[in-house]
Design a protein around this ligand. Structure first.
Ligand code: PLP
Length: 413
C-alpha cells in the first residue's frame, strides 16, 4: 500500500484509524502453507485474539483456515463468522469448568491445560474428545512475558506430570485426540522449537487415538530493520520431515496443526494517527498524536518497537522525534526516532499494527476506540465504526436520582 492510499483512507474515515491489508494476510497464509506442503494433513488455526474483527475472521475462513480461540466469546465470534464448530479449537487458560462445558456443547475442539479440570471434565464427559496442552518447559524467545513454555509459566500441563495425567485418562476412560503446546510468542531459534517438538512427540506416544499434534505458534515477524524473522521455510522443511517420521512410527498419518496469530496479521496492519502538536522542549522534539496506549499499548506494555513513518511528508528531511500520545499518562510510542520532518496535521503510520493492537485497545481517558478498515482488492471497506459518546455511556447506570432525592440531599449535608 502507498502513502497516497493511506491518506485517502484517512480523509474518508478520519483518524486515528486501523487499516489491514488483505493481500498481506493472504500471502503470509500461503507462505506458511507452502512451508509445510511436505505434510499431507496440515491445519492452520488462526489465533483470533491477535485481531478478532469479524471481517478478518471471515477472510481467514475464506483462505481455508481454522480458528484458535481462548474464550467462549471468541468461539461465538468464530461461529458467527461462519466457521464450523469442528474447525474451531478452544484453548483457554484458567477458565471455569462451566465455560469449557459450554464450548463442548457448541461442538468445538476442547483443549485442556490443567489436571484439575481434566479430571473433572473426564469424569463428567468421558465421550467428548479432548486435546491436552503440554508445557515442555522450553524457553523460546528471551522475554519472560512472552515465553510461556518455561518452568514458571502458568500455561499447560507440565511434562513432569505425565504419569498423573495418564492415570486420569485411564481412570476416566476419556479420549485424548490431540496433543498441543504453545511455547509463547517470538520464537527466535528454530532449534529450540524443534527441541520442544521432540518432547511433544515423546508425549504423544502415550496416546493411541490421536488425530492431531498442535505445535502452537510464536513465529516472529520483523518489527524494525535488522530484526530476526522466524525462518518459516527452514522450520517447515525440518519439522515436516520429523513429523512424517513420527507418523510412520505411530502407524497412522496425523494432522499437523499450528495456531499463528502475529505471523498472519501483524505486518498487514497499519495504525494511522494525526499529529496534533509538535512540541519543542529543552531535550527533545515531541510529536503528539491523537492517540495513546488506549489505542496501541504494545510499545508501553512490552517495549515493542513499531516503526513510525510520516506518510504526509515521505520525502521530507529526516529529524529526530519522540512520538507520544495525548493521554494523561506517559504514553511514548517511540523515542529518538528518525522520521521525515513532521508538521502539525501530518498523518503518521505505525507499522506491524495488525496483531495485538486493536484487540488490546481501551476507553481510557473516555476516548473512543478507533475505526477499522480492510483494504481489499484496491478498495477500502469500513469493518468497524469509530466509537461514539453512546459507547462511553453504554452499560453505565446514571446515578442522578441517588443524589437528587430530598432525603439524600439532607444526608449528604
Ligand atoms: C496467543 C496464542 C497464539 C498465537 O500466538 P502468536 O504469537 O500471535 O502467533 C497461539 N496459541 C495460543 C494458545 C495462544 O494463546
Amino acid at each position: 500500500m502507498e502513502s497516497k492510499q493511506f491518506l485517502n483512507i484517512v480523509e474518508e474515515f478520519g483518524a486515528p484509524l486501523y487499516v489491514y491489508d488483505a493481500a498481506k494476510i493472504t500471502s503470509q497464509y500461503q507462505r506458511l502453507t507452502n512451508a509445510f506442503e511436505g505434510v499431507s494433513n496440515v491445519r492452520l488455526n488462526y489465533a483470533a485474539k491477535a485481531l478478532s474483527n469479524l471481517s478478518i475472521l471471515r477472510l481467514m475462513k475464506h483462505l481455508g483456515s481454522g480458528l484458535d480461540t481462548v474464550s467462549i466469546q471468541e468461539v461465538r465470534l468464530g461461529l458467527m463468522a461462519g466457521f464450523q464448530p469442528e474447525s474451531i479449537i478452544y484453548t483457554p487458560n484458567g477458565v471455569s469448568l462451566e465455560e469449557i462445558e459450554e464450548a463442548a456443547v457448541l461442538g468445538v475442539q476442547i483443549n485442556i491445560d490443567n489436571l484439575s479440570v481434566l479430571e473433572q471434565f473426564g469424569n463428567k464427559h468421558p465421550d467428548v474428545p479432548v486435546c491436552i496442552r503440554i508445557n515442555p518447559h522450553v524457553m523460546a524467545g528471551g522475554n519472560s512475558n512472552i515465553s510461556v513454555g518455561h518452568i514458571d509459566s502458568k500455561f499447560g500441563i507440565s511434562i513432569h506430570q505425565i504419569p498423573h495425567l495418564l492415570r486420569i485418562v485411564e481412570l476416566t476412560d476419556m479420549n485424548i485426540n490431540g496433543i498441543h503446546m504453545h511455547t509463547g510468542s517470538d520464537i527466535l531459534d528454530i532449534d529450540v522449537f524443534l527441541y520442544a517438538s521432540e518432547i511433544l512427540f515423546e508425549t504423544a506416544k502415550n496416546f493411541k487415538d490421536l488425530e492431531f499434534i498442535d505445535f502452537g505458534s510464536g513465529f516472529k515477524v520483523p518489527y524494525k530493520t535488522g530484526d530476526i524473522e522466524t525462518n518459516i521455510e527452514e522450520l517447515g522443511k525440518k519439522l515436516s520431515q520429523r513429523f512424517n517420521e513420527f507418523c510412520e512410527d505411530y502407524g497412522r498419518p496425523l494432522t499437523l496443526a499450528f495456531e499463528p496469530g502475529k505471523f498472519l496479521v501483524s505486518e498487514a496492519g497499519y495504525f494511522l494517527a494525526k499529529v496534533n502538536v509538535v512540541k519543542q522542549t529543552t531535550s527533545t522534539v515531541f510529536a503528539q498524536v491523537d492517540s495513546g496506549f488506549n489505542h496501541l499499548i504494545r510499545p508501553m506494555l512490552y517495549g515493542a518497537q513499531h516503526e513510525i513513518i510520516n506518510i504526509s511528508n515521505p520525502k521530507g528531511r529526516e529529524r529526530y522525534y519522540s512520538v507520544v500520545g495525548y493521554i494523561c499518562e506517559t504514553d511514548t510510542f517511540g523515542n529518538n526516532r528518525r522520521i521525515n520532518e513532521i508538521t502539525e496535521g501530518d498523518i503518521l503510520a505505525f507499522r506491524n499494527a495488525g496483531a495485538y493492537c486493536f484487540t488490546m485497545a481501551s476507553n481510557y481517558n473516555s476516548r473512543y476506540r478507533p475505526a477499522e478498515v480492510l483494504w481489499l482488492d484496491g478498495q477500502a471497506h469500513l469493518i468497524r465504526e469509530r466509537e461514539s459518546f453512546d459507547d462511553i455511556l453504554r452499560n453505565q447506570v446514571d446515578p442522578k436520582e441517588l443524589f437528587e432525592s430530598d432525603e439524600k440531599k439532607v444526608a449528604l449535608k
